[in-house]
Ligand binder design. Structure first.
Ligand SMILES: Nc1ncnc2c1ncn2[C@@H]1O[C@H](COP(=O)(O)OP(=O)(O)OP(=O)(O)O)[C@@H](O)[C@H]1O
Length: 248
């Protein structure tokens, strides 16, 4: 696709009763392995959705497709009226940076940078002043109780500290959708609860949607809606409608 892309958020899909993000009949195969088979899911602004299912059922692949990290083989991903799956790589990266916050399972922090620098990066890329970006980074590190590793590089952090730094980085831009892949996976019960509460409260404050891929029953229980994947297909009605109730 050529030429400048329209900025999402101004299109017809800004209609409050339309889904903010919609995957339709998404297929994704890695070599001979089908990871997603006709997976469909609607996500509305402000809702909290847990994606669960057995190991290998396609949860991470679905999250990556929804977040524009992976392009489906077939099917569509529409974000706020715009075909995410058809955007050129650079436009997709820019959209991701501006609108989405991602907590991935592996390799998410830049090893050469400190925790504070890692968290500040998304703001610096959007031309925030260095002092303001650093102050915001420190606030989020503090909220996730990892301010003490602000000057440490990832190699000097525990897995749980690195995971909380990654959550801070995902939230620092006040994104419209936060995607978290096993956000409590490397955390003990207490820090896992803290991370979950920060994800829930941060997205509630801004009205962002939150997608949680998880094996953790406590995380799934905190969501308003659970989407179960089985062999790459969504097992519950994909267009289950906008949730009636507010958040817990
Ligand atoms: N980059 C890849 N290359 C090859 N195969 C892949 C890749 N990513 C995923 N797969 C395969 O696709 C299928 C779905 O994987 P996916 O990681 O989405 O499942 P998952 O439900 O998130 O699993 P888990 O709960 O173990 O993290 C699996 O069979 C997996 O081996």
């Amino acid at each position: 696709m050529n030429g400048p892309q329209p900025e999402p958020g101004t299109g017809a899909a800004s209609d409050p009763i339309a889904p903010l993000l919609s995957a339709r009949a998404v297929h994704k195969t890695f070599g001979a392995t089908p990871a997603l088979r006709a997976a469909s899911l609607d996500l509305y602004a402000g809702e909290v959705v847990a994606v669960t299912g057995r190991s290998g059922s396609g949860k991470s692949t679905l999250l990556h497709c929804l977040a524009g990290v992976t392009v489906p083989d077939t099917g569509t991903i529409v974000y706020d009226g715009q075909r995410l799956d058809q955007l050129p790589t650079d436009d997709r990266s820019r959209l991701r940076r501006r609108h989405f916050g991602l907590v991935l399972q592996f390799g998410q922090l830049v090893p050469e940078l400190t925790a504070a620098e890692n968290v500040a990066i998304p703001l610096l890329l959007e031309r925030r002043r260095r002092a303001s970006a650093q102050a915001a980074a420190m606030e989020w590190l503090d909220r996730l109780e990892v301010a003490d590793v602000a000057d440490a590089r990832p190699a000097a952090m525990s897995g749980g500290q690195a995971q909380r730094v990654a959550i801070a980085r995902a939230l620092v831009t006040s994104p419209r959708v936060v995607f978290a892949d096993e956000p409590t996976g490397a955390l003990d019960t207490v820090t896992g609860d803290l991370a979950l509460q920060v994800l829930l409260s941060a997205t509630r404050e801004t009205g962002a949607a939150l997608v949680l891929v998880t094996h953790d029953n406590r995380v799934a229980a905190a969501a308003e809606r659970e989407v179960v994947l089985r062999d790459g297909t969504v097992d519950v009605p994909a267009t289950a409608g906008r949730p009636e109730s507010g958040r817990p």
